[in-house]
Design a protein around this ligand. Structure first.
Ligand SMILES: Nc1ncnc2c1ncn2[C@@H]1O[C@H](COP(=O)(O)OP(=O)(O)OP(=O)(O)O)[C@@H](O)[C@H]1O
Ligand SMILES: [Mg+2]
Length: 301
């Protein structure tokens, strides 16, 4: 795996693509609560899309930089990272893209990304930086997944400004539902002020234990919660509790310590089956190429 190789593959993907292709689907995996399954879901949904033949880019927007571990990538001190997307306009976005697997690329993060939050606050138009920089490479990909940090700060707002849809990894717990309302408020603010395309795809239940009666009751409440918004015109009017839920599965926790996605580490396990099915379920909800063009087209004056 090398930067040069990743960049070359990205470039050839554009060159080989002679007919116009639909714009890449950009998905932000977001929850301001920590440890809910954002990174595990980004890595393994990304791997699932790649196995389906979609050219997939996953971007680590978290200074904890856990995402790279799933691909066996060890951060090095002088290595360019996603921080350069924000702070170094002279670093071509493509030079930050690493090849992870067939059809799968990633942009790593580093702990210094935490400093970017403060520095960005001083820049005009800072909410659009990620969007502007990733536009440089978007045509090389079919799907882009953004692994957000556990906060609703500047990095998350940048992700929401670029995304088409938000997926919210969480557990079926009463308090998690309360946090969801705060998250949706942020999505609404960004949708109104910065990104009218933005929609909420739904809640992705991670580490799910379907036998728990509390869990079942919360899922029912979440289903009912989203139903109430069906014709609201709000960005979550089509949101769902996504099915299947990802079951608690120890293999999913073990895989990154071997530098592997679940499809490398234990392709027959429940975790692999759940992420494969989820990738299919998400994809089935994407607008067709024609609909996508109609949605993004600027109306005639
Ligand atoms: N379905 C699952 N079964 C078992 N363990 C899981 C599952 N999903 C995630 N985990 C484990 O739960 C922990 C938290 O997951 P993860 O790192 O994906 O959460 P996160 O939301 O990205 O956390 P952070 O907010 O810190 O970035 C990790 O140790 C991960 O391996
Ligand atoms: Mg994470």
């Amino acid at each position: 795996m090398s930067r040069a190789k990743g960049a070359k593959v990205g470039a050839s993907a554009v060159a080989a693509n002679e007919s116009p292709k639909p714009r890449a689907r950009v998905i932000a995996l977001l929850n301001q609560k920590g440890g809910v399954g954002k990174t595990t879901s980004t890595a393994n949904l990304g791997a699932a899309f790649a196995l389906e033949g979609l050219r997939t880019l996953v971007v680590d927007l978290d200074p904890q930089s856990n995402l790279s571990l799933h691909f066996g990538h060890e951060p090095a001190p002088d290595q360019p990272t996603v921080r350069d997307l924000f702070m170094d306009v002279n670093a071509p976005a493509q030079s930050l893209v690493h090849e992870a697997r067939s059809n799968l690329w990633f942009i790593p993060s580093d702990t210094e990304l935490a400093l970017v939050e403060g520095e960005l606050a001083l820049q005009p138009d800072m909410q659009h930086l990620l969007s502007k920089r990733l536009e440089e490479v978007i045509d090389s990909f079919d799907v882009i997944l953004l692994d957000c940090p556990p906060s609703l700060g500047v990095l998350t707002v940048n992700a929401l400004t670029f995304a088409d849809e938000v997926v919210v990894p969480m557990q079926a717990q009463y308090l998690a539902l309360r946090g969801l309302e705060k998250l949706l408020e942020t999505v609404l603010l960004v949708q109104r002020a910065l990104n009218p395309r933005l929609q909420v795809a739904g809640v992705l239940l991670c580490m799910h234990e379907s036998q728990s009666s509390h869990g079942r009751a919360v899922v029912e409440e979440m289903d009912g919660y989203f139903e109430r918004f069906r014709t609201s015109g709000l960005p979550w009017q089509d949101a769902r509790v996504l099915r299947p839920a990802v079951r608690r599965n120890i293999k999913l926790a073990e895989a990154p310590s071997f530098g592997k996605t679940i499809f490398d580490y234990a392709p027959q396990c429940a975790g692999a089956a759940d992420y494969k099915a989820l990738a299919g379920a998400l994809r089935a909800r994407w607008p067709s190429a024609t609909e996508a063009i109609a949605v993004t087209a600027v109306p005639a004056a």
